[in-house]
Design a protein around this ligand. Structure first.
Ligand SMILES: C[S@@+](CC[C@H](N)C(=O)[O-])C[C@H]1O[C@@H](n2cnc3c(N)ncnc32)[C@H](O)[C@@H]1O
Length: 484
């Protein structure tokens, strides 16, 4: 612990224990928006599905490990760098019957790697450092005593599988089960620059950071390195917080998912407003129905006489029967709509999702999360069929909803502006493209910094779009002068 405090102290950070929260990371100086507070390579990590390189998580030019036939590599460089750990995993996996190998999920593999690395560090085959150290995993919260019987049974079964694979003489099944519980509230999903999940990993320093629904910092990844950046001015002696969950949703929805996975009741500034008029309004907008009058933007609350839902702006009643009928229609369509449509049925899926969108527009408020999710899905499918104009239209519908539900510097807003800007440019709307790409850069430089390949690419695109816009303007002026 003294070593860790020294390491953090050198970075102007400190760990304090807060009653009800446990270990908490605090600043010992001011941090500016976009500044890196902390970064860490994973103690262990695995890709999230089997067709990704185990070393770099890339998906092209993959070859299966000839030994275990489970793990993939993109080339000898990744294979070599992973060999110290994989050598032991490979032997263990090769012993397994083929059907049992199917049970080895990414989470099971993460546990296998955890024990292999611990043993290699104990045997001094791998170095131990202040931040790359099993004792940091031991310090993580597990919430074991709060788990229900069903969860405990599941972890016990998973521990048995790990034991079956590793066959280590001194393995402690209870400890493995407890480590699964630690994974649940401490492991992080490793995402690429566009926030698409690539794998999972344990980052014991990052795991010291507590949650807030309106956090002052953000966790992103550069390749597999976790990077925590300040999202706003953080003054000296403040707690550093990140968000553990997707914050789009009502306070109740956020609190439910934090309780389910992380086993705590959030009392952040946002959550402490629960039940207050503004919180009720926001929840009704994000998760409730729209006014029966299509031109009204009011939000609806349950009618005290149980007849339906009353618009808080124009006082119009939307009957229970009408809402029930529409919700039934939504259910019928959504049952037919495939969650992950194949290439062959993409057009059918798009038609179904568009039908669903129409129903959602009639049922929900225009800022509804459900409607937004349907549009996100449509945007993704339309991108796959390269229907660019439609994709752009959906971008323009989604951005205002993101701007309402996320803080102004949230990377999802920046990424959406990035997509919008690229499409506007592609479709010849150069001036709009410059505006969108500039907004994307302004937002993403805070969460993503400016030095990564991704941000350099964005910056280059912005410069090119600006150059093209100036060229177009000059050409237009010349044409006007010629006319005169
Ligand atoms: C990744 S750990 C964070 C570090 C943790 N405080 C510790 O002592 O190791 C996640 C756990 O921290 C606690 N935690 C995180 N954020 C919290 C918050 N805002 N309020 C209360 N507890 C919180 C919960 O027990 C949660 O399961």
């Amino acid at each position: 612990m003294a070593d860790l405090q020294k390491f953090l102290g050198d970075r102007c950070l400190t760990v304090l224990n807060i009653p009800g929260k446990g270990r908490s990371l605090f600043t010992a100086r001011d941090f500016r928006p976009g500044e890196v507070i902390l970064s860490q390579e994973p103690y262990i990590c695995v890709p999230n599905n089997e067709s990704r390189c185990d070393g770099c998580f890339k998906t092209n030019n993959l070859k299966k490990c000839s030994g275990c036939q489970v793990v993939w590599y993109c080339g000898s460089s990744c294979q070599k760098s992973e060999w110290k750990l994989h050598r032991h995993e490979c032997i263990a996996l090769s012993r397994l019957e083929k059907e049992k190998r199917m049970l080895v999920t990414p989470t099971i593999r993460l546990m296998l790697k955890l024990y292999i690395k611990r043993n290699l560090q104990n045997d001094k085959v791998m170095p131990i450092t202040t931040t790359d150290n099993y004792s940091l995993v031991e310090a993580m919260v597990s919430h074991m005593s709060e788990l229900d019987e069903k969860q405990l049974m599941l972890y016990a079964q998973m521990a048995n599988l790990v034991n079956l694979v590793l066959q280590l003489p001194s393995i402690d099944l209870k400890e493995i089960a407890e480590n699964f519980s630690k994974f649940s509230c401490n492991a992080h999903s490793i995402c690429d620059s566009e926030l698409r999940p690539q794998g999972i990993g344990l980052f014991p320093l990052v795991s010291i950071i507590n949650h807030s629904c309106s956090p002052n910092a953000i966790l992103v990844f550069e390749e597999q390195m976790a990077v925590v950046r300040a999202m706003e001015n953080i003054s000296k002696d403040s707690e550093v917080t990140i968000s553990y969950i997707e914050t789009a949703g009502s306070t109740l929805t956020r609190q439910k998912s934090l309780k389910e996975q992380y086993l705590f009741h959030c009392e952040c500034a946002g959550c402490s407003n629960i039940g207050k008029p503004h919180d009720i309004e926001e929840s009704a907008i994000l998760e409730g129905y729209r006014c029966a009058n299509e031109t009204c933007t009011g939000f609806l609350l349950r009618d005290p006489d149980e007849k339906g839902f009353v618009c808080q702006k124009c006082k119009l009643l939307r009957s229970k029967e009408e809402v029930k009928k529409l919700a039934g229609d939504v259910k019928t369509v959504s049952e037919k709509a495939p969650a992950s449509p194949s290439a062959e049925n993409k057009q059918d899926a798009i038609a179904l999702y568009k039908a669903m969108e129409k129903l959602h527009i009639r049922l929900y408020h225009s800022f509804s999360i459900t409607l937004m999710r349907t549009r996100e899905k449509l945007l993704k499918m339309l991108m796959e069929v390269e229907s660019w104009r439609e994709v752009l239209n959906y971008c323009r519908l989604i951005v205002p909803v993101y701007q309402r539900i996320y803080p102004a510097t949230h990377p999802l807003i920046g990424l959406q502006f990035y997509t919008q800007g690229k499409l506007e440019w592609l479709l010849g709307e150069t001036e709009e493209a410059v505006r969108s790409l500039a907004k994307a850069f302004e937002i993403l430089r805070i969460s993503h910094g400016t030095s990564t390949h991704f941000m350099k690419e964005l910056s280059e695109k912005l410069d090119e779009a600006r150059a093209e816009a100036s060229y177009k303007l000059l050409a237009l002026k010349d044409a006007c002068n010629d006319d005169n």
